[in-house]
Design a protein around this ligand. Sequence first.
Ligand SMILES: [Zn+2]
Ligand SMILES: [Zn+2]
Length: 289
Amino acid sequence: MSGAGLRWLSDDRAGLVTMHGKEAVIGPVLGEGAGISLFRVAGVDTDAFGTFTREVERPGSALDAARAKVRAGFAASPETRIMVASEGSFGPHPAIPLLPLGDELVLLVDRETGFELTGRHVGPETNFAHRLALDVETALDFARQCGFPGHGIFVLGVRGEAPAPDLFCDKTLEDEKALASAAARAIALTGAAFLETDMRAHRNPTRQDAIRRAAQDLVRRLGSPCPDCTRPGFDRRRRIPGLPCSDCGTPTDMTRAWILGCEGCGLEDTRPVPGEPWADPGACPSCNP
Ligand SMILES: [Zn+2]
Ligand SMILES: [Zn+2]
């Protein structure tokens, strides 16, 4: 890690709160990128903070959930000074409802100094999906589309077309034979089977990639010190539109500059976007109204 980043951490070892093998994903990134050696903190039930099968609803935001995991990690491991937790959110794209979006957050907290920093990755590369199946063939088709058995699939019971894990729930399916049999049982018991992708990291290689990218973002931010106070995480806060049209010079909605900010001292700095200082006329309200 850069000298500036290290000064803000009271240790080069960090605990990770996970039940789903995330240490294999996040550990190498923090080790190679920041010189932090990550170990798994045992004895924390992360499913208590919300699961993807709706048995436990997640309270508050993803950051709230990650902070709750960090607090539980510190409680379970009182000698640990730095704790890391990750939290994913999945749902429809805000602008394109049919496109699912994954949002991964990795949080690092230093208990000694109170320093807190997040890394994030938001992108459409997720297999997050669900489907109501009235027959086993539909269930198998959906599972294959979602990458099963390389990616996990849950089969739940149904009540009024909504998933009802209290009626039936199988999270342990390893192959098509087991999935077909679980779907048949759910259909016999509740009239239909509700299938959804297993978003737990150890059963979802696509999600592992997204968590890896969020960890890389955390490393990038650790290496971005504030020019004034040196706190890491001096980063983009908001964009300034108005990149001029290359034909007529009219300001467009394209990004002209970014405002970078420090969470420590509040310093802000404006940086023009690198590269071409002109917008394509296709984005111009005068040339292409
Ligand atoms: Zn123009
Ligand atoms: Zn600062």
